[in-house]
Design a protein around this ligand. Structure first.
Ligand SMILES: Cc1cc2nc3c(=O)[nH]c(=O)nc-3n(C[C@H](O)[C@H](O)[C@H](O)COP(=O)(O)O)c2cc1C
Length: 633
């Protein structure tokens, strides 16, 4: 009999959540949905164990993973979700990217018990493989790591196909089901049959209605010497044959940790054309050498897969490497970060390193509220911080790629102007009294609006990235629209543009040829950081002079004049455009355009900002601004 998904009647949802979210888990074992003292089959039949409340979320906006719109970029990888009953629970708990445990083309029994144990690292016998002490109970929470050894059991296809079809009806909107498949080796160790079995299994999953297929490449190889993902030649055959069998359905490869980056490079090089995503990592093998079993029925586990907190550095390292390869080679696969995610901070770490989605197995089994905690943290951050309020800490990269310039403008405006001005300083404050602008204008009173996003936004790595992306989008859409050409960026030294242009060069090497910092204008403090990026301005590409804030246009004009001096006659041959994020003053900008005839494009003007946030102003603030800016009435 399955456990029911009913809720506890003892506490109100809010009390229950508050206590869970604020107290932490004093006894992690008590929260487990999977009973590690019982067999896989028992858990398949009777699990999951859960009697808490289901959290409520307000999802807006949806995020993007591959070609799908999802509520969040978080979920559970192949493993814990052994059937529809498990997936239904985790979907209700707010895990959105859900992978059905690896299935086979035939029924396959689980290994004998134990299937899971807590492990604790101890000094290693040899440097290649870590030793662990295994126990059926947890000793030190900070080591939270497990070993699992199931032998990839599977039901007969008739059973799992029906169950997969059922699962598709149980998950909600904005939730995705990935089906993990693998081939089964025959006694004869026939490679062709093995490869064929992968493709056959993928087709069976497809017939059951799977919208995304994952191939588990972390099973033992045919020679019993390691896992197949390290056998790149074999993997290439599997990937091509599976892709052939499933056509346009997205394909993800789940691989283990590669200590050899050349091998990983080879894997990516040979397989990226077949793959829409790469999920990293599976468990890492370790010697579980001294199992202190209380239950005499348990078998002794020797070398088995380690999962949980301890393997996070390996998962992060793989995501980082894959992201680097993807950027350098302009490849398009998605990266799914897996390994040791037990907190919202772990999730964020993966996202920051380039993961397009993150999944947790051990963490999710131990803490069914993990997805909700991530959601909560993002929502809280949204309230505190203008950028994250709009984007969600994790998904701006995905969103930005698909946003129109109008959307970006809106994001940028949201970023500049928090709902709660009193809590976020240095961003945009509407003051009833006029005051001075600190940057550039030397005490000149310009407006009642004080706009200074530099410190607050540029100090945050996510925000810095966003600003750079906004500029790139602005340049592509407004300046180089329709032209696929590369461009170069020239920074104006007295603003934040050197930082922005340096970042742009890092982030968009496919569209930006070079960043140049005008030598005479580079500030002393910036000179050291950016010397390596100095380059020559030539007429082979269009150039964009960048400013993050266009105040009076004076610095911009000086920079252009300086350019003329540096370039001499070649100046006339070069296409130079100007790009700014904000015009502070439209009249100044008009004057500048008239005087210089320099094509200049801006994302927003001060008027845009005011109009956008007009509704948040008090009547007295409106009155003051109206006086100055009649067009807003
Ligand atoms: C109970 C359990 C069963 C698993 N079964 C599979 C599986 O069938 N296929 C697979 O590709 N990975 C399987 N894994 C590996 C996980 O997907 C994941 O890669 C690994 O546990 C590391 O993530 P974690 O640290 O969040 O647990 C399993 C993991 C656990 C804990």
């Amino acid at each position: 009999m399955h456990s029911s998904l009913t809720s506890s009647k003892k506490e109100s949802p809010i009390t229950k959540h508050k206590s869970l979210l604020h107290s932490g888990f004093s006894s992690p074992a008590s929260q487990w949905t999977y009973d590690i003292t019982k067999s896989y089959d028992w858990n398949y039949e009777h699990g999951p164990t859960f009697t808490g409340e289901f959290p409520k979320r307000t999802i807006k906006p949806l995020k993007k993973f591959l070609t799908f719109k999802v509520n969040s970029l978080f979920g559970v990888p192949a493993g814990p979700l052994v059937n529809s009953q498990w997936i239904e629970l985790y979907a209700k708990l707010g895990f959105d990217i859900l992978t059905y445990k690896t299935v086979r083309t035939r029924s396959y029994p689980a290994f004998p018990m134990p299937h899971m144990l807590y492990v604790e690292p101890v000094s290693a016998r040899n440097k290649d493989q870590q030793d662990y002490l295994g126990r059926p109970y947890i000793k030190k929470h900070e080591h939270l790591a497990m070993t699992n050894s199931f032998g990839v059991p599977s039901k007969d296809p008739d059973v799992w196909q029906e169950d997969v079809a059922k699962t598709l009806d149980l998950i909600g909107e904005g939730q995705l089901l990935i089906v993990s498949v693998m081939g089964t080796q025959t006694g004869a160790k026939n490679e062709d049959e093995f490869i064929d079995d992968y493709a056959k299994c993928a087709k069976l999953a497809l017939e059951a209605g799977a919208k995304i297929i994952e191939i588990n490449l972390s099973c033992p190889n045919l020679h019993g010497t390691g896992v197949i993902c390290y056998d790149v030649a074999l993997v290439e055959k599997i990937c091509s044959q599976v892709k052939n069998a499933i056509g346009n359905i997205p394909l993800i490869a789940k691989i283990g940790y590669y200590s050899d980056s050349k091998l990983l490079n080879d894997f990516v090089k040979k397989n990226h054309t077949y793959l829409d995503g790469i999920a990293v990592i599976n468990t890492i093998r370790g010697n579980v050498k001294d199992v202190q079993v209380k239950n005499s029925v348990m078998r002794q586990i020797d070398s088995s897969g380690i999962c949980g907190k301890l393997i996070k550095p390996y998962g992060l390292a793989m995501v980082k490497q894959l992201n680097k390869m993807r950027t350098e080679k302009h490849l398009e696969f998605a990266i799914i970060g897996v390994g040791g995610v037990t907190s919202p901070e772990d999730y964020e770490e993966y996202i920051r390193l380039g993961a397009n989605a993150v999944q947790s197995a051990t963490g999710a089994m131990m803490d069914p509220y993990l997805a909700y905690k991530i959601y909560k943290k993002e929502t809280e951050q949204k309230q505190d911080y203008p950028l994250i309020k709009t984007l969600g800490a994790s998904n701006f990269q995905t969103m930005i790629g698909n946003s129109s310039l109008t959307d970006l403008k809106k994001l940028y405006l949201d970023m500049l102007y928090p709902q709660n001005t009193s809590r976020v300083k240095n961003t945009l404050q509407i003051s009833p009294k006029p005051f001075s602008l600190k940057h550039g204008e030397r005490g000149r009173v310009v407006s009642h609006v004080y706009l200074n996003h530099r410190e607050s936004l540029l100090s945050d790595p996510i925000d810095r990235k966003l600003l750079a992306q906004l500029l790139d989008q602005l340049i592509k859409e407004k300046i180089l629209a329709g032209k696929k050409s590369k461009y170069g960026v020239i920074s104006i030294a007295s603003s934040s543009s050197p930082e922005l242009t340096a970042l742009m060069l890092d982030l968009f090497p496919d569209t930006i040829s070079r960043a140049v910092f005008l030598p005479d204008h580079v500030l002393n403090s910036e000179r050291g950081t950016h010397t390596s990026l100095y380059g020559e301005i030539d007429d082979s590409i269009p150039w964009v002079l960048i400013d993050d804030v266009f105040t009076s246009g004076k610095t911009f004009k000086n920079s252009l004049e300086n350019l003329k001096k540096i370039l001499g006659n070649t100046y006339k041959k070069i296409q130079i455009y100007g790009a700014t994020l904000v015009y502070r003053n439209t009249e100044d900008a008009d004057l500048f355009l008239k005087n210089t005839k320099q094509p200049i494009h801006s994302l927003v003007s001060l008027n845009d900002i005011l109009e956008y946030h007009w509704k948040h102003l008090s009547p007295s603030q409106k009155k003051i601004i109206r006086k100055e800016r009649v067009e807003l009435q």
